[in-house]
Design a binder for this molecule. Structure first.
Ligand code: CP
Length: 303
């Protein structure tokens, strides 16, 4: 088998590779007409879990670069006839796609696929572990909005324990020199001893956690990953942990709001905060999903 470039998580790519991907992403963001550098390539888009943003933007990114995309659907596949996951992967790999994009609920499933196929594998989100393309588009969005990442105070707030977005963003943004605050109820915070980075701190008080922050990244409450029902969830949760315009007063006056989506309105974020035309970067994040994923495909398949 040939050695391929995979994007499995942020920790497995180098600082130079991160810089190269972000430079390409900015290029694709600036240049709406792109060269068809993936003309003739065929990419499998394999989503074993639901998605709106990631799946559509990967498809759009691939098509903008001239590739053809096959959207493989688990619900209509032979998995429904009891074919095993590995038999499915090997069957599809035998058709020799030029890349596989995969989202899966199992921990590290993209790495298992990468070890068994002869093409680049791009992780579109696995379990609560990693969502590297989301972190790359978030870094692109922050750089465009603030002109830098180094030295920024970035508060990542909410259901951190179940968030692959939080994991990948902590890894990427702390490596790029931001100071990261993890802000959540105690039961969703990691143990202090398990945090390896010097520039990551934890807060179990929302107002203290966002004080003077430059970026407030809210996270979706991921009920589907909770092992037990959380009695605080709902109105009480919003009162204590929801972001509102009023609460933004605690942050830096120029603080910007982010959320990877999908958002739970009035659960972790108010309508007014989510839709604020000056403070909210949420739709900018969605838009940046396309150039960021063009850059990832270009780097993985073409470089
Ligand atoms: N942010 C994100 O991964 O959204 P989707 O689940 O819609 O792809």
């Amino acid at each position: 088998m040939t050695l391929h470039k995979n994007l499995l998580d942020i920790k497995s790519i180098t600082d130079n590779e991160i810089e190269a991907i972000l430079t390409k992403a900015q290029y694709y963001s600036d240049n709406k007409e792109s060269k068809k550098i993936l003309d003739g390539k065929i990419i499998f888009n394999m989503f074993f879990e639901n998605s709106t943003r990631t799946r559509t933007s990967f498809e759009m990114a691939a098509k903008k670069l001239g590739a053809q995309v096959i959207n493989w659907d688990a619900s209509t596949s032979s998995i429904k006839k009891d074919e095993t996951f590995m038999d499915t992967i090997q069957t599809l790999a035998a058709m020799k796609p030029d890349a596989i994009i995969v989202r899966h609920s199992e921990y590290n499933a993209p790495a298992t696929i990468a070890a068994n196929v002869d093409c680049p594998v791009i992780n579109a989100g696995d379990s609560f572990r990693a969502h590297p393309s989301q972190a790359i588009l978030d870094a692109l969005t922050i750089k465009q909005a603030k002109g830098k990442i180094k030295g920024l105070e970035i508060a990542i707030c909410g259901d951190i324990a179940h968030s692959r977005v939080a994991n990948s963003n902590v890894e990427l943004l702390s490596r790029m020199g931001a100071n990261i605050r993890l802000v959540a109820p105690k039961y969703w915070l990691p143990e202090k001893e398990k945090i390896s980075q010097n520039n990551v701190t934890i807060y179990d008080d929302f107002d203290a956690g966002i004080k003077n922050a430059d970026i407030i990244m809210m996270l979706r409450c991921q009920k589907e990953r909770w092992k037990t029902e959380n009695s605080e969830f709902g109105e009480d949760y919003f009162k204590t942990w929801g972001l509102t315009i009023k609460r933004l007063d605690k942050a830096n006056p120029n603080a910007l709001i982010m959320h990877p989506g999908p958002i739970n309105r009035n659960v972790e974020i108010s309508d007014a905060a989510a839709d604020d035309p000056y403070r909210s970067l949420i739709l900018k994040q969605v838009a940046n999903g396309v150039p960021a994923r063009m850059a990832i495909l270009d780097w993985a398949i073409n470089d």
